[in-house]
Structure formats: structure tokens, C-alpha cells
Design a binder for this molecule. Structure first.
Ligand code: C2E
Ligand code: CA
Ligand code: CA
Ligand code: CA
Length: 276
């Protein structure tokens, strides 16, 4: 019995070492990407049911040695090492700059940027936000920050204060991955948020899961009554789309309408939609 226990510990030890090694490799890739221009933002459109563009969401891409690293791999490592603050501020700058570019192209569109916990609670967060808005010279109403549900529900003073201060600049605040954390309804009513983004896990089980459908429907009513826009993300099938329409969700993001694309492709996509 003892032997088995120590054997499994050795296994876990090795496994741990291997994991740490992998994280180190991703971390050095991230540094390299930052130095060699390997970072980029793709943008994915969010559309209302009548075809109006509600926003585009900036999604970070990282390329090193001609390999594309998935955000699911590099974002957690960036969060663990604190690098996410630099990456996130870079993302904010790129997003605001692109919002200005869209305005100049005669295609004013709201641009949403993901903000992680370490970034929101960093002393550089508010200066970076102000800096990006001034630098791009863009209407703050055209910028939206996406923060996960578990982050905005954090009652710590620094989180709540920075959320309020951010909102005071005029940018929108979206609650991301809604439905995956613990929300208290009383907190929801006090948040300065302007948008709810329903997590893909709710969308995936539609239309068959009637209980999930009931929750989505109730949530979109609640969002409306709180004056927030309700978006469903990860929509892939016409059946999901129909169920979300029935549930009176305001807007949709998902492969069914468009994949994330680079700036040039998105500009082309928007222009094409604009020409009858
Ligand atoms: P997220 O913020 O929830 O972003 C939505 C993710 O869903 C994106 O994955 C997008 O490509 C994917 N998606 C969109 N439509 C569909 C669909 O119809 N089906 C499926 N299966 N997926 C869909 P992506 O680009 O891999 O990003 C993953 C996560 O990485 C993001 O999840 C976000 O949490 C994080 N992330 C990406 N860029 C940034 C960033 O600049 N800053 C921070 N802090 N996090 C970021
Ligand atoms: Ca997001
Ligand atoms: Ca999300
Ligand atoms: Ca997510």
C-alpha cells in the first residue's frame, strides 16, 4: 500500500514539474511575442436580430515562431505570472486605436476589450484607461470593458471603486461569462454594468433544455428591467438562434454569424454590409 502511495506521489511530482516546465515555455513565448510583435487582436462582431452591429469584441492572439498559441493556454499563464497586466493594457490600447480607426473609416462601432482581475486591481489600471482614451481620441461610449461575473461580484473596495471610476469615464461595462459564477441579485442591481453576456454553456444546451431556456428568458427580462443589454455568446446553430430570439435576448455573438477576424478582414466585412 505504501509503495502505491509513494509511487503516485512521484507521479504527481513529475506531473507537477512537467506542468511548471510547460508554463515556463508559454511565459517565455509571451515575452518573445511582446518583443517581436507577435501579439495581435482579432475582432468578432456581435449583432442584434435585425442585423445591427451591437459591438465587436477584441480577442488576443499570440504568434511565436510561426505557431499560434491558443488564449486558453496563454491567458491563464499570463494571469499566474502577472504578465496579463501588460498584455491587457496592450489590448486596451489596440482596441481603442481600432475604435478610432473605425470612426475615421465612417463605420463607428463599439469595441469591447477583456479585462482580467489583476489588470482591474492594478494601480496602473485607471491611468492606462485614461491614457488609451486620450491617445486614441475616441468617444468613451464606443469602448466597453468585459469583466467576468466572478470579478464584478467581488465586493472588495478596490474592485468596486475601479469599476465605478471606469464607468465614470463613460466606457460601458459588460459582465462576461454570466451564469458561470455566483451572482447575488441584490449585487447585480448595484453594479454600474451596462451589459450582460450570457455564457456559452447556457447557449449550448438550447433549445432542448427547457429549464436552461426558462433561466435565459428570465435573465433577459431582468437585464432589460435593469437597463442592461443582454448578449448570448457562442451561438452556433439556427436552433439556438431561434430559442434566443424567443427568449428576447438583445444580441448574438457566435460562429453562426461571424468568427473573430483581423482588423483588415473586419473592416472589409463591415464595409460589405454597408453597401447595399
Ligand atoms: P471570452 O471573453 O468568453 O471570449 C469568447 C470566446 O468564445 C473566444 O475564444 C471566441 O473565439 C469564442 N467563440 C465565439 N463564438 C463562438 C462560437 O460560436 N462557438 C465557440 N465554440 N466559441 C466561440 P478565444 O478567442 O479563444 O478566447 C478565449 C478567452 O481568452 C476569452 O473568453 C477571454 O476570457 C480570454 N481573452 C482573450 N483575449 C483576451 C484579452 O485581451 N484579455 C484578457 N484578459 N482575456 C482575453
Ligand atoms: Ca469576453
Ligand atoms: Ca465570455
Ligand atoms: Ca469565456
Amino acid at each position: 500500500n505504501r509503495l502505491v502511495v509513494s509511487g503516485s506521489e512521484t507521479f504527481r511530482g513529475r506531473h507537477g514539474v512537467q506542468l511548471a516546465r510547460e508554463e515556463l515555455a508559454v511565459e517565455s513565448d509571451l515575452h518573445l511575442a511582446l518583443e517581436t510583435g507577435g501579439l495581435s487582436l482579432d475582432f468578432q462582431p456581435v449583432l442584434t436580430f435585425d442585423g445591427r452591429i451591437e459591438a465587436v469584441e477584441g480577442l488576443m492572439r499570440c504568434r511565436v515562431h510561426d505557431r499560434l498559441l491558443a488564449p486558453g493556454r496563454f491567458i491563464p499563464v499570463a494571469e499566474k505570472t502577472g504578465l496579463i497586466v501588460r498584455l491587457g493594457e496592450w489590448s486596451l490600447l489596440q482596441g481603442t486605436r481600432f475604435a478610432a480607426r473605425l470612426c475615421h473609416a465612417g463605420l463607428p462601432t463599439k469595441v469591447a476589450i477583456n479585462v482580467s482581475r489583476a489588470q482591474l486591481t492594478s494601480p496602473t489600471f485607471l491611468p492606462a484607461l485614461h491614457g488609451a482614451l486620450i491617445c486614441a481620441n475616441v468617444d468613451p461610449a464606443l469602448i466597453e470593458l468585459e469583466l467576468t461575473e466572478s470579478l464584478v461580484m467581488d465586493e472588495s473596495e478596490i474592485v468596486q471603486q475601479n469599476l465605478r471610476r471606469a464607468r465614470e469615464t463613460g466606457v460601458g461595462l459588460a459582465i462576461d461569462d454570466f451564469g458561470t459564477g455566483y451572482s447575488s441579485l441584490s449585487c447585480l442591481k448595484d453594479l454600474p454594468a451596462t451589459k450582460l453576456k450570457l455564457d456559452r454553456s447556457f447557449v449550448q444546451v438550447l433549445p432542448d433544455d427547457r429549464r436552461a431556456y426558462a433561466v435565459v428568458r428570465a435573465m433577459s427580462r431582468l437585464a432589460r428591467e435593469l437597463g442592461m443589454v443582454m448578449v448570448a455568446e457562442g451561438v452556433e446553430t439556427p436552433e439556438q438562434l431561434a430559442a434566443l430570439h424567443d427568449a428576447e435576448v438583445d444580441a448574438i455573438q457566435g460562429f453562426i454569424w461571424a468568427r473573430p477576424m483581423n482588423e483588415e478582414a473586419l473592416l472589409g466585412w463591415l464595409e460589405q454590409r454597408n453597401t447595399p
